[in-house]
Design a protein. Structure first.
Length: 83
């Protein structure tokens, strides 16, 4: 047997095995990642313009909670697409 025949057979077997897989859309990851990046830019710009941002401790917790939620959404959508 020639090496080219063996490689062709292996590629054919890999294609046949992958034919039953369902490809998931990457759109949720791109949307969540874009929203997270935009949030980071907005928070940075506001932080540079207003040195006392956020003004209260509860507002700081809200900004951190929203950031955490957006990171969790981006990571979970990446895991969803990968699996």
């Amino acid at each position: 047997m020639d090496l080219a025949i063996i490689l062709a057979a292996a590629e054919h077997a890999a294609e046949a095995a992958g034919a039953g897989e369902h490809h998931r859309s990457e759109a949720p990851f791109f949307i969540a990642g874009s929203v997270l990046a935009l949030y980071a830019i907005v928070v940075s710009v506001i932080g540079f313009r207003q040195p006392d941002f956020p003004a209260t401790a509860s507002a700081a917790r809200g900004v951190m909670a929203l950031g955490t939620l957006l990171v969790a959404a981006a990571v979970s959508s990446a895991v969803y697409v990968a699996l």
